[in-house]
Design a protein around this ligand. Structure first.
Ligand code: HEC
Ligand code: HEC
Length: 342
């Protein structure tokens, strides 16, 4: 992939502020100064000396689909380079990649991977599980092992970067050097070829069909406001969801209610089992829970009912493990909205 702009280091005043962008978009997971947290550390010398600026740029752009690391496609190239510059400034040393290897034997690499790597990176390189911030992390592992069988990782990392990472290891993390793991240079080349072979399995996988799913589900109710609310609550209860609370959104603030011109009510509901499943998969989903459906009556008397489209969750979070649950929630919402839309 061609990278057009490499001029972040010339950034004159008025250009994007990498430190600020980092604080907004990255610090919550990677730490204020790159020390790590939910996300792997970014400031370690072994990391920064093993990767190129292009690797950092592409990692930010693509994220790691199916993992927690989001894709930041909405940042401009300039902003992304500014963040790269900010990360770079944490280490004084320059990037020193190991020499190119020779093409290895992926079959042999597969066996070596199973023996030496799968324990942390998962059987097929899918990556360690959990978010790293709660009990889902293995206690002896302060950093969750990244997914290697991952389109985002493989798009960003050249063979040479993977080779360098193996030869050098990453001091300060559980990732040891090949020498410490008892691997020869030939073993390293074989494993690199095996990791590269994962790419074949992405070729036929279609682009995420829901990437452009509407952010909201919305229907116009044929019933008046109060009737719509009543019908919705029945539909929610009929599906073994508990109504947690109802919250008038513009109560008292605009006086709209007194004037009778518009009404706006949020109905919160949920199912404890569902809630816990979702939170275990990804605690960040908490910002969307409990489920919420809002009913609004406009000045023209038209009543609309809206909900966040759950199919958007997993795109937002880049977490394929949310797929099943978000589909279930989508069906639930569609069924509930369906009861007032005929
Ligand atoms: C004890 C657990 C453990 C073992 C065993 C292990 N790794 Fe790692 N590996 C990690 C962790 C943790 C990281 C993240 C390090 C960091 O934060 O920079 C990592 C990082 C990597 C990376 C860089 C990935 C990225 O996104 O930057 C590669 C490539 C890698 N490991 C390959 C391997 C291979 C190949 C093997 C087997 C030969 C192996 N690892 C064995 C835990 C492990
Ligand atoms: C919601 C948490 C989260 C946010 C926000 C986030 N990351 Fe990450 N990031 C991760 C996780 C987790 C990984 C490890 C990927 C894996 O587990 O496969 C990662 C991996 C990375 C890597 C690869 C590290 C390596 O060892 O190769 C880089 C680089 C990175 N993130 C940079 C950033 C930058 C820059 C931002 C802000 C623009 C950012 N991340 C925002 C969670 C996050």
């Amino acid at each position: 992939m061609a990278i057009l702009s490499t001029t972040w280091w010339n950034s004159a005043r008025g250009e994007p502020d990498g430190g600020r962008l980092y604080a907004i978009h990255c610090a919550a997971c990677h730490g204020d100064r790159g020390g790590g947290g939910i996300g792997v550390p970014l400031s370690l010398p072994d990391f920064l000396s093993s990767v190129t600026d292009e690797y950092l740029f592409l990692t930010i752009r693509h994220g790691r689909p199916g993992r927690i690391m989001p894709a930041f496609r909405h940042l401009s190239e300039q902003q992304t380079w500014a963040i790269v510059g900010h990360i770079r400034a944490w280490a004084s040393g320059e990037t020193r990649l190991a020499p190119e290897g020779t093409p290895g034997d992926p079959q042999r690499g597969r066996d070596i991977f199973a023996r030496h790597c799968a324990r942390c990176h998962g059987p097929l390189g899918k990556g360690g599980t959990g978010t790293g911030v709660n009990f889902t992390r293995l206690h002896d592992q302060p950093v969750v092992a990244p997914g290697l069988n991952n389109p985002g990782f493989l798009a960003a990392a050249s063979d040479r970067i993977i080779r360098t990472t193996l030869l050098k290891g990453r001091r300060g993390t559980p990732m040891q050097s090949a020498a410490k793991m008892g691997l020869s240079e030939q073993d390293v080349d074989d494993v690199v070829s095996f990791i590269r072979s994962f790419e074949k399995s992405f070729e036929n996988s279609a682009v995420d069909p829901e990437a452009d799913a509407d952010p909201a589900l919305m229907v116009t109710s044929p019933l008046p406001f109060a009737e719509t609310v009543k019908r919705l609550k029945q539909a929610i209860s009929a599906r073994r969801q508990r109504i947690i609370r109802e919250h008038p959104l513009d109560d008292g603030l605009t006086g709209a209610r007194e004037s009778g011109r518009s009404r706006h009510l949020a109905i919160y509901f949920g199912n404890i089992r569902h809630l816990n499943t979702l939170l275990a998969i990804d605690p960040r989903i908490g910002i969307f829970l409990p489920s919420r459906i809002t009913v609004m009556e406009g000045e023209d008397g038209k009543v609309t009912v809206t909900a966040v489209n759950p199919l958007r969750f997993r795109n937002l979070f880049n977490n394929a493990r949310l797929e099943h649950t978000s589909r279930e929630m989508h069906e639930l919402y569609v069924a509930i909205l369906g009861e007032i839309s005929e």
